[in-house]
Design a protein around this ligand. Structure first.
Ligand SMILES: NC(=O)C1=CN([C@@H]2O[C@H](COP(=O)(O)OP(=O)(O)OC[C@H]3O[C@@H](n4cnc5c(N)ncnc54)[C@H](O)[C@@H]3O)[C@@H](O)[C@H]2O)C=CC1
Ligand SMILES: O=C(O)CCC(=O)C(=O)O
Length: 409
């Protein structure tokens, strides 16, 4: 069913998971006041209900926008992930429904890298267990199992934005950095790419994961990989919980094959701060457990709020899709004196010809036209005289292969 945009006060925005106030401010400044704000995530049943009449939704890593939820979101125009990861959204279904997904690809990068750096120092000194013992009234003053990081080897798996930042910071502390990535990457500083993950695991004193959640990264670290790691080494995961077999990691820690670990992400995470956190890693003194806060700093959250809300407002106001993760990217100038028609269609031969044919037959002049495609969909933006805009929209809607349309005055 084709759809088009409404007056701003009728455009409903649902913001979940306590996204930063900066997001609300940006949207309100842009004229969007119909905002429903929730501190927590919503479970599937609540979400199905809440999203039904929503035009824009903003979320972080906990809310699952499954195919079913998306198909139920009859009015949804765009999705904002107020984070880096977009694995919580079925982005392929979103694309097929003509819904762009935006994220903040590097606003919390530094926050994650800093947290991991701090954890490396703490774990190399055996601080988590000394801290736990002190809390129980003990006193473990000893240099056993306590090391400087200087001269030690950090193995980064996934040398993207976070992995490279971490590598640079670790080098400033005198660490040697090696990395494994499925792509050939420019090594920053003195880092060295290693083309076998097993070889990296065998030589690193600290292994830190910074890969996205994909079918290929699911359980990429299991008992075989942990066995490749050096005895007494340290393991850190601040990427996604699905990447590591948590039972195998627990066993490697209990057997003291690993000296310690810091884990920020889990296969199952509580939906809100009121829910219990359940994990086999609970109770292990040599493990730093953090509640998925790698990117949770004041600086990161404020910047993410501004960045993602800005992208949603821009898409709503002028149709720009720059940096959408699942959608043809079109950078559009401000339009003045004309109306803008947005047409999202299945990418099959002949649609553009039909659009131009209809406009020619109707005598509708196209002042400007922009087109981008992915393998699945095409996104064409046209500027027309305002007095012909409604008529043009009606004709666009009837073109076979149309997924949705919008009209911006
Ligand atoms: N704990 C937290 O709060 C946060 C977690 N994250 C997670 O960190 C992940 C990484 O973030 P960025 O560095 O910004 O992503 P990025 O996309 O810049 O880098 C990911 C790197 O992993 C590589 N990669 C992909 N599949 C791989 C595989 N199978 N084996 C080895 N390398 C592989 C890619 O080639 C790329 O270089 C995000 O996808 C997100 O899931 C991100 C921000 C905050
Ligand atoms: O801050 C969050 O809720 C999620 C952070 C994260 O994991 C990401 O940015 O991918």
């Amino acid at each position: 069913m084709a759809k088009h945009s409404l007056d701003k006060d009728k455009i409903k925005i649902l913001l979940l998971e306590g996204v930063h106030q900066s997001a609300v401010d940006v949207l309100e400044r842009a004229g969007y006041t119909n905002i429903e704000y929730h501190k927590a995530s919503l479970g599937e049943a609540e979400l199905l209900k809440a999203i039904k009449d929503v035009h824009f939704v903003g979320l972080r890593s906990r809310t699952q926008l499954t195919a079913e939820v998306l198909r139920n979101a009859e009015k949804l125009v765009a999705i904002g992930c107020f984070c880096i990861g977009t694995n919580q959204v079925d982005i392929t279904t979103a694309e097929s429904l003509g819904i762009p997904v935006f994220n903040a690809p590097f606003s919390n990068t530094r926050s994650v890298a800093e947290l991991v750096l701090g954890e490396i120092i703490m774990l190399m000194r055996g601080i988590p267990q000394r801290n736990a013992i002190a809390h129980r009234g003990g006193w473990l003053k000893s240099a056993n199992g306590s090391f400087e990081v200087r001269g030690k080897t950090l193995g980064v798996i996934g040398y993207g934005h976070i992995g490279t930042q971490l590598g640079i910071l670790a080098e400033t502390l005198g660490m040697r950095v090696v990395f494994f990535d499925i792509e050939d990457k420019l090594p920053l500083g003195n880092a060295q790419q290693i083309h076998s993950m097993e070889q990296l695991l065998a030589q690193a004193d600290v292994v830190s994961l910074h890969v996205p959640e994909t079918p290929q990264t699911k359980d990429m670290i299991g008992s075989a990989e942990l066995a490749c790691m050096r005895k007494g080494s340290i393991f850190i995961n601040a990427s996604r919980g699905t990447v590591v077999d948590i039972e195998a990691l627990t066993a490697a820690l209990k057997e003291q094959h690993l000296a310690g670990a810091a884990i920020d992400v889990f296969p199952v995470e509580p939906k809100s701060n009121d829910d219990e956190f359940i994990s086999p890693l609970r109770g292990l003194d040599n493990v730093i457990l953090t509640p998925h806060v790698g990117g949770s700093t004041a600086e990161a959250q404020e910047n993410i709020g501004i960045e993602v809300a800005g992208k949603l407002a821009k898409y709503s106001d002028n149709g720009s899709t720059v940096s959408a993760v699942n959608f043809p990217e079109v950078s559009l100038p401000q339009h003045k004196g004309t109306s803008r028609l947005l047409h999202i269609h299945q990418n099959r031969p002949g649609v553009l010809i039909k659009i131009n044919q209809v406009f020619a037959e109707q005598g509708i002049n196209i002042a400007a036209q922009y087109l981008q495609t992915t393998a699945e969909i095409g996104y064409v933006v046209m500027e027309v005289d305002t007095h012909q805009a409604e008529q043009a929209l009606e004709h666009l809607k009837s073109i076979e292969g149309t997924i949705r349309t919008r009209l911006l005055f």
